[in-house]
Write a protein that binds this ligand. Structure first.
Ligand code: 16G
Length: 523
């Protein structure tokens, strides 16, 4: 098709400003046609630069309401698009959405007339949103018409499945069936279960009425543990229910049970988000009081467990292990890791890609989780060489090896994280309350303040301190100094038009006091 008619047909959402942010482009789905057309070009160029390796494209808006959607690009190794290309994506989307047709034609012509004879390869998937198929068609239009790209469309996938399948395609150089994803993680589970019989409470999985529902059902048809595991909020064909009163974000922010749960003091519960790339756990005590086991509790559980195994295998002086958190990690979790477990802790900016890089670059076993449940554990090549070549293949060593397979190595994955947490709890023979008892969270509060211009709020020190507006950080410091175990920071949201205020303190009332003082300072 001539370029001009393609642009007229697909670049129909105009006059908006777009940013490829922490998790790609994300917006009201009605505004995204042009973005999708632009992303098709960016993903193809990325694949060409990488000599035709498969580049992943995921269409999702994660925990956002069902009317939103978004898109992110995935590197051939399953990691997030490298940062230097994010600005390329932002610039191209804004050019297509805001410049006159002549300029667009010139730019697209220049990008696609390239000398490259490499045929790009894209691996695409989407979550359950109704806008997904139409948005995909806008992406396919640029990728096929301008690049003759080879596209493998998996249809409905969770985000971590797309990351995993992109990486597998690169490794095998051939088509990979979706079943390979399930076979990989179930294989690791079975290897662990063969060493140590599974002993667990009943598990209830809230799938946020998103794509996690059908994927969990597919898993359960093949999982030895299925009899004890039930799935709720799995109506992904009822769009208005997506992330509504359920899911990881709802449970973490409201600290209560999602819709559709039958309260039972002996069960372990977990909630995924809409695209199943994050998970939080919770349980009810004998009085049916609610207890959250969030990303901080998950990373400390893995740190405790892996440290113990490394010691048993006498590998603790050979392999380094560390935990990566963000400023949102509860102060108690950081103290527990450093003081009780003697594990090094680093802090990065919010957003999975920052934690991921820190974990990979600094440790042989890099555990990273955001408090909201995004995260995984990364195992280095040195780890794999060491455990493979170790003379003493004890059950503990094998468990370490299989754990490294059970945890998704491309990105945080609700399904794989859930299986890994269950395996660890089963081996330790810990109940949910035993897990919870390792440390007690300091009371904390996260609030959202709408301001006239959130870009005025710039930060330093991994978002823990404000650089601007001038003088505000000094006032926050003064307020914090007056509160026992007080900590507070302010940062502009990367996904919403608001500023977030975090406060924690020794008591509920001091936490409320600090939160309201800092909130007022921001307003
Ligand atoms: C995105 C990030 C998540 C982060 C959140 C912060 C990814 C895949 N997702 O959802 O990690 O916690 O943004 O949102 O990186 P905020 O900037 O609005 O606080």
């Amino acid at each position: 098709e001539p370029l001009e008619s393609l642009i007229e047909q697909y670049c129909t959402t105009r006059g908006y400003r777009y940013v490829y942010g922490t998790a790609g482009f994300r917006d009201d789905s009605e505004k995204l046609d042009t973005v999708m057309f632009a992303t098709g070009i960016v993903a193809c160029l990325r694949s060409q630069v990488l000599n035709g390796k498969p580049v992943g494209v995921m269409i999702t808006a994660s925990h956002n309401p069902s009317g939103d959607n978004g898109v992110k690009v995935v590197e051939p190794d399953g990691s997030m698009l490298i940062q230097s290309w994010e600005s390329t994506a932002t610039e191209l989307a804004n050019l297509l959405a805001n410049r006159p047709l002549e300029d667009i034609k010139a730019k697209v012509g220049q990008l696609t007339s390239g000398e490259s004879s490499v045929r790009p390869q894209l691996i695409v998937g989407r979550d359950s949103r109704v806008s997904g198929p139409h948005l995909l068609s806008c992406l396919v239009a640029s990728a096929t018409s301008l690049f003759d790209a080879k596209i493998t469309d998996y249809g409905l996938l969770t985000t971590p499945q797309l990351h995993f399948l992109t990486n597998e395609t690169m490794i095998t150089g051939a088509h990979v069936d979706e079943q390979a994803y399930f076979a990989h993680f179930l294989g690791a589970w079975d290897q662990i279960a063969a060493l140590q019989p599974v002993k667990l409470p009943n598990v209830v999985v809230d799938c946020a009425n998103g794509i996690g529902g059908p994927k969990m059902s597919a898993l359960l048809t093949q999982w030895g543990f299925a009899k004890q595991c039930s799935v709720i909020n799995d109506k992904c064909d009822e769009p208005e229910l997506l992330n509504h009163g359920c899911g990881a974000d709802f449970v973490k922010t409201s600290q209560r049970l999602p819709n559709g749960v039958k309260p039972n003091a002996n069960d372990l519960y977990c909630s995924f988000d809409g695209d199943a790339d994050r998970v939080v756990f919770y349980y009810l005590d004998q009085n049916l009081g609610f207890h959250l086991l969030d990303g901080d509790k998950i990373s400390t559980l893995f740190a405790y467990f892996v440290a113990k195994l490394l010691k048993q295998c006498k590998l603790d002086s050979i392999l380094s292990m560390g935990v990566v958190q963000t400023a949102y990690a509860n102060g108690s979790s950081t103290k527990y890791l450093q003081d009780n477990l003697q594990v090094p802790v680093s802090c990065t900016k919010t957003g999975v890609k920052h934690l991921h890089h820190e974990a990979v670059n600094n440790y042989d076993i890099g555990i990273y989780f955001e408090a909201n449940g995004h995260g995984t554990v990364m195992f280095s090549n040195k780890f794999h060489e060491t455990v493979t070549n170790h003379a003493d293949q004890t059950p503990e060593l094998k468990i370490l090896k299989y754990l490294a397979k059970l945890i998704n190595q491309t990105v945080g994955d609700a399904i794989s994280d859930m299986m890994a947490v269950l395996a660890v709890l089963s081996i330790l023979q810990w109940s949910p309350s035993r897990w919870d008892r390792e440390f007690t969270d300091l009371p904390n509060k996260l609030t959202k303040v709408v301001v006239s211009d959130r870009s005025a709020f710039t930060t330093t020190d991994q978002e823990r301190r404000l650089v601007s507006p001038a003088g505000l950080q000094d006032k926050i410091d003064e307020a914090v100094a007056r509160i026992k175990s007080g900590r507070s920071f302010v940062r502009a949201s990367g996904t919403e038009d608001a500023v977030r205020v975090y406060a924690e303190a020794a008591t509920q009332s001091e936490k409320d006091q600090l939160s309201s003082i800092v909130g007022d300072l921001v307003r």
